[in-house]
Design a protein around this ligand. Structure first.
Ligand code: GLU
Length: 510
């Protein structure tokens, strides 16, 4: 790539970052790293009405958690400071005025109520898509229709106004999108969008284009929902005389619900039991809590991996990628234009994969507070053994504890249905017989336990299948978990014998 790559992630702080936002940030980051460029975090907070306290911090924390870092931005500074648009407010007015001077924009004085009344009237007569555009503007109150001295008087009197772009009639607007190819839109389908408001704030469109220009952005990589705005942005580059410096565009496909029917939404997460936000989010108004990947026990590597594959297809069929491998393999040419279905099972598979890659020590450190919160004292050595035995079956670290609780707490009673099914005539005697066998084992390791027990059963013509579930019930209170010999070895000889004796006595009393 000949020109310097400079990309930006430009979220609006209107709430928590959705998985789609994480993907946009990730693709920008991967693209910058791949081409030795810079990745910038710019906060687009010009719409003060939609500002949500805490959202900006949430965005920064989320991206830090998944390992997407920035070379410049609101939290790290850089040569184009400030990176928060509300703090750049003063910079935008001159460009809006320049557009007016050049005849590409105009003042409009129609009040919000007047516009609403027109919309209502149009709706009543069957037109629900009324727009302020190159046809309707001639009937409106603006600097194109009012006499110049009246415009001047209104401006001097401080009458509220907005500055609108003057979209030409019946012109083809073309742009080349890296993912979608050539996109052609007729200007008659674009309305005269507001660029600037009399409160001194630019709208998204003007601020976005001005900042991309001033920050020398080479590629705009963003979600598909911004594709309809792209023709307007192309015109702004042209009218401001910056066409030669216009960034290349890449509009990413939507992330779809698991069944492919529509965009993945916050409600799908709640409905299907997986988070759609990287971190837990508490709505500052309603207090409503939305679950986060981090708090639900996901590894950031798994989230990065699953998000990376929502739209981008690697050249080979490889599925597991570290961040370095993603940087190496990423290319916008391999991002598809059709929506990417969120696959819950695949997502879980990734987490399982990354969980298994963690050392027993790391997982023990994650789980220890959960165990201790239940008032259970446990040594690191025992915890690590439990982790080693349980981690193959766990999806989240906490599963290691919840599904292996029996390692720390001996059964105090037994489920009657379970006993009904598994504890037959003679079972108690059979279990009793095994106590001296366990007692005789010197080296209490899985292999020795297994060989001693099996030799005894064989010599006494007792089927292994008839005995093992009994031992398992006595040791764990249930029928699941790792191999019985492994469980016994982890519990140790003394605890194993104690659980056998106690269990038999509880069952006999019933
Ligand atoms: N502020 C826009 C957003 O919230 C950014 C769109 C763009 O990247 O141009 O997504």
């Amino acid at each position: 790539m000949s020109k310097e790559v400079r990309v930006r992630f430009a979220p609006s702080p209107t709430g928590p970052l959705h998985l789609g936002g994480v993907r946009t940030a990730l693709y920008n980051y991967l693209f910058a790293k791949k081409h030795g460029g810079k990745c910038i975090l710019r906060i687009e907070d010009t719409d003060q009405g939609r500002f949500v306290p805490g959202a900006e911090e949430y965005i920064v924390d989320s991206l830090t958690w998944v390992g997407v870092t920035f070379d410049e931005g609101v939290h790290v500074g850089g040569p184009d400071e400030p990176y928060r648009q509300s703090e750049r407010k003063e910079m935008y007015r001159q460009y809006a005025e320049l557009l007016i001077e050049k005849g590409f924009a105009y003042y409009a004085f129609d009040s919000a109520e007047e516009l609403e009344a027109i919309r209502e009237k149009m709706k009543a007569s069957g037109n629900s898509t009324w727009q302020y555009n190159n046809i309707t503007r001639v009937n409106m109150k603006n600097s194109l229709t009012l006499p110049a001295d009246e415009v001047k008087r209104k401006l001097e009197a401080g009458d509220p106004y907005v500055i609108r772009i003057k979209i030409p009639r019946n012109e083809e607007i073309r742009l080349t999108d890296i993912i979608r190819g050539v996109v052609v839109v007729n200007s008659n389908n674009v309305d005269d969008k507001v660029l600037f408001k009399s409160d001194g704030m630019p709208t998204y469109h003007l601020a976005n284009v001005v900042d991309d220009y001033l920050m020398k952005i080479s590629h705009v990589i963003r979600g598909e929902e911004w594709l309809p705005s792209a023709p307007l942005h192309v015109l702004l580059y042209r009218y401001l005389g910056w066409e030669d410096l216009m960034p290349e565009f890449a509009h990413l496909p939507l992330i779809l619900k698991p069944d492919g029917n529509g965009k993945l939404s916050k409600r799908d997460g709640d409905r299907l039991g997986f988070p759609v936000f990287p971190l837990e989010w508490k709505d500052p108004d309603s207090g409503e809590i939305s679950s986060g990947y981090r708090e639900s026990g996901w590894f950031p590597e798994a989230v990065v991996n699953l998000v990376a594959l929502l739209g981008w297809h690697p050249a080979d069929n490889k599925e597991v990628f570290s961040m370095e491998e993603l940087i190496e393999g990423f290319s916008l040419d391999r991002v598809s234009k059709s929506g990417a279905k969120f696959d819950v099972e695949k997502a879980k598979w990734f987490n399982q994969h990354y969980l298994r890659l963690q050392s027993d020590k790391t997982l023990s450190a994650i789980i220890k507070p959960l165990v201790e919160a239940d008032g259970i004292k446990v040594s690191d050595a025992l915890l690590e053994k439990v982790v080693a035995a349980q981690k193959e079956r766990a999806l989240y670290p906490k599963d290691i504890y919840t599904e292996g609780k029996f390692f720390f707490v001996a059964p105090v009673g037994f489920d009657s249905d379970l006993l009904q099914k598994k504890w037959k005539e003679g079972s108690t005697e059979l279990a009793q017989q095994l106590i001296p066998v366990f007692e005789s084992i010197e080296n209490f390791e899985p292999v020795t336990i297994e060989s001693t027990l099996k030799a005894y059963l064989e010599a006494n013509k007792i089927g292994v299948g008839a005995v093992m579930p009994l031992v398992r019930i006595l040791l764990t209170g249930g029928l699941t978990g790792p191999a019985v010999f492994d469980i016994a070895a982890i519990l140790g000889k003394e605890e194993t014998l104690q659980r056998m004796r106690n269990g038999i006595s509880i069952i006999s009393k019933n």
